[in-house]
Design a protein. Sequence first.
Length: 178
Amino acid sequence: MSKSTVANRYAQALFELAQQHGKVEAVEADLRVVRQVFQGNPDFSLLLQSPKFTKTQKKQLFKQSFVGLSPYVLNVVSMLIDRRRDTEFVSMADAYIELALSARGVAVAEVYSATKLSDADQAALSTAFATRVGKQSLQINNSVDSSLLGGLRIRIGNRIFDGTIRSKLQRLERELKR
């Protein structure tokens, strides 16, 4: 998912603050909850973006909805609301989570396959591809793509490893045409 420059800057600032205070994992957990709520309830996001509510009312609604969040997350959300960046909540959370994972030596891999991968297959992929991208391990998100005949397509950051049967057949076709 593409993240805006604004979301990346807020995430970077929050990450640096959390690092200074040793709260990287706690803030990451809070942001995962916030992201899940926003993605699962688009009406909540629309409510916070509504011009019918003042900034103070939006902040109060957010605080009441997410009791127990760290003050770091609440302050960043307040800043986003104050600066009319209400649409950046999820992107900022995604960017922060990516920074936290990267600091731990973990990269997120989107794996597209014709069938669901077993845990053993995911572990083998993590081991094989983590070193290729300079990480210690991969967090694998497996998506079943029924249009694939077989093989895997793996996206790690902006790198794509395409080992699908379709791509192999296309490469073979190009070679035969030469």
